[in-house]
Write a protein that binds this ligand. Structure first.
Ligand SMILES: Cc1cc2nc3c(=O)[nH]c(=O)nc-3n(C[C@H](O)[C@H](O)[C@H](O)COP(=O)(O)O)c2cc1C
Length: 203
C-alpha cells in the first residue's frame, strides 16, 4: 500500500505511521515548575541525538506541562521504563490538572536527583539528569507551525542501578526496558545481539 499522511488516505482504522517508526524509547520525564510542582509523564517521541555532548529530547503534542516546566526551570530528568513499571508509567499519562503530581497519582516514590531539582523515579533502573538547552516549535511540510514542541537537553548526570552492570558493561537486556510501538502496543528489550562494525567504521 501507499498513502500520503496529509491526505489520510490509508483506508485503515488508524494511521499506521506510529506502528512503523519502532521501537520508540520512552522518556519518562520528570520536571518541576518554578512554584515547586512536580510533574511526571511518558514521551515516546523521545530519543538521544548525540553522545558528544550527550543530548536528548522529547516532543509534545502541545504546550504540555513537561514542556512548560522544563522551560521554566531549565531542568528535566528522563527515567527509563522497565517492564515492572509499565502500568505505573501508563498511569502517569493521565491528564491531571497542572500542578497535580503524577508520581503520587501512580503510587511512585521519588528519589532525589544529584545535579538537578526534579526528582527521579526511585524504582527506575536508570535516569538521565538533563539541563534544558533548546525548544523548537516544529513545522509541517508547508513550513507552518504545528502544534508540536521539541524540547532538548544535555545529559549532565546519569544514574544506573548497579545490579545491571556486569564485566564493565550495562546489561541492557536484563533491564527489560519498555519501548513504544503503534496503537496501544509495547515491546520489551529482552535479547541483545552483537555485531562488530567493519574496520575503520568509527564510533
Ligand atoms: C507510552 C506513552 C508515550 C507517550 N508519548 C507521548 C509523546 O511522545 N508526545 C506527547 O505529546 N504525548 C505523549 N503521551 C501522552 C502524554 O504522556 C500525556 O499527554 C501526559 O498527560 C502529558 O503530561 P504533561 O502534560 O504532564 O506533560 C504518551 C503517553 C504514553 C502512555
Amino acid at each position: 500500500m501507499f498513502y500520503e499522511p496529509r491526505k489520510r488516505n490509508h483506508g485503515l482504522p488508524y494511521d499506521p505511521f506510529k506502528a512503523l517508526v519502532v521501537p520508540r524509547p520512552i522518556g519518562w520525564v520528570t520536571t518541576m515548575s518554578t512554584a515547586g510542582d512536580i510533574n511526571l509523564a511518558p514521551y515516546s517521541f523521545f530519543n538521544a541525538f548525540q553522545a558528544r555532548p550527550h543530548l536528548v529530547g522529547f516532543a509534545a503534542d502541545g504546550r504540555k506541562d513537561s514542556v512548560v516546566f522544563a522551560e521554566e526551570t531549565g531542568e528535566f530528568v528522563c527515567n527509563l521504563v522497565s517492564e515492572d513499571l509499565w502500568h505505573e508509567m501508563s498511569a502517569t499519562s493521565a491528564p491531571l490538572d497542572r500542578g497535580q503530581n503524577e508520581m503520587l497519582h501512580a503510587g511512585l516514590a521519588a528519589a532525589p536527583s544529584t545535579l538537578v531539582k526534579p526528582p527521579r523515579v526511585a524504582r527506575a533502573v536508570a535516569a538521565l539528569e538533563c539541563r534544558w538547552t533548546q525548544s523548537f516549535h516544529l513545522e509541517d511540510a508547508e513550513g507552518e507551525p504545528s502544534q508540536a514542541w521539541r524540547v532538548c537537553g544535555a545529559v549532565i548526570g546519569i544514574h544506573i542501578e548497579d545490579r545491571f552492570i556486569a564485566d564493565g558493561r550495562v546489561d541492557t537486556a536484563a533491564m527489560r526496558v519498555m519501548a513504544r510501538l503503534g496503537y496501544q502496543d509495547y515491546a520489551v528489550v529482552e535479547r541483545a545481539m552483537t555485531l562488530a562494525r567493519p574496520p575503520g567504521g568509527g564510533g
